[in-house]
Ligand binder design. Sequence first.
Ligand SMILES: *[C@@H]1O[C@H](CO)[C@@H](O)[C@H](O)[C@H]1NC(C)=O
Ligand SMILES: *[C@@H]1O[C@H](CO)[C@@H](O)[C@H](O)[C@H]1NC(C)=O
Ligand SMILES: *[C@@H]1O[C@H](CO)[C@@H](O)[C@H](O)[C@H]1NC(C)=O
Ligand SMILES: *[C@@H]1O[C@H](CO)[C@@H](O)[C@H](O)[C@H]1NC(C)=O
Length: 215
Amino acid sequence: MASTTQARFPCLAMVRYAMAAAVTLLAIAVIALVINAVLRSEDVRLSVNNGFIGADAGERRHQPAATQVTLKKAKATKLHVILIAKNPGGRTKIDCNDTTVSLFDLQPPYGLIGELELGNFTVPPQTAITLQKPLKDANASYIWDNYPGEVRFSVMVQVNANVTSFPLGKKTQTVAQSYTCQPVTVGLMDNEWIYASDQVDCRAHADDRMHGASS
Ligand SMILES: *[C@@H]1O[C@H](CO)[C@@H](O)[C@H](O)[C@H]1NC(C)=O
Ligand SMILES: *[C@@H]1O[C@H](CO)[C@@H](O)[C@H](O)[C@H]1NC(C)=O
Ligand SMILES: *[C@@H]1O[C@H](CO)[C@@H](O)[C@H](O)[C@H]1NC(C)=O
Ligand SMILES: *[C@@H]1O[C@H](CO)[C@@H](O)[C@H](O)[C@H]1NC(C)=O
């Protein structure tokens, strides 16, 4: 009888020890998960306002009401790109630096229609900011060659940025992000009310420059 009791105690002690060790490991694992979640680079959400980019082709003539106004052959076509950058999280500001915006035709020959530099901007936590800048040197001859007499066409908007977040005030690694937003309509400024849609949300890819070369 005495021998069984003696045998049971060391066994119980081992079980307790093992359980304590398991609980400790579990606690460490949970802490690691929490730290990881907090330090994970939080992403900014981008969208194209109204899914629409207004084209403004130089001089404007007043047309009779019945005449349909189309995209015109022009030396310079100015495109009004309006992006919304949202940081829904409450934990960190997000730096988007060296930001560029490129517009690609969504139909053959899938050409690059224009590029725009948005530079550096910061999105504070739980904030949405509007970024707008005219794209002045859109390839007017490309538009004219491929969409003569059209009032609109569809593009893919690609945004590249070096994104950094600062959870707990600690700077995370900068990630070169590429966002694609499609389909976005390019049309005459005056037609925005006809063709505007909901915001077109952009999808993030970690440095996946899909249309980097448009050949
Ligand atoms: C981003 O740009 C801002 C302003 O130009 C600068 O203060 C900040 O340090 C930059 N962030 C990173 C991570 O380089
Ligand atoms: C933008 O941020 C980059 C670092 O990502 C920095 O080298 C550059 O000087 C900044 N530009 C301006 C105008 O602050
Ligand atoms: C504009 O597009 C035309 C094709 O329509 C192309 O030949 C030309 O090289 C492009 N220009 C620029 C500056 O990209
Ligand atoms: C930031 O972006 C620019 C252009 O988008 C690129 O040339 C540069 O190498 C990037 N820097 C980092 C630290 O990713």
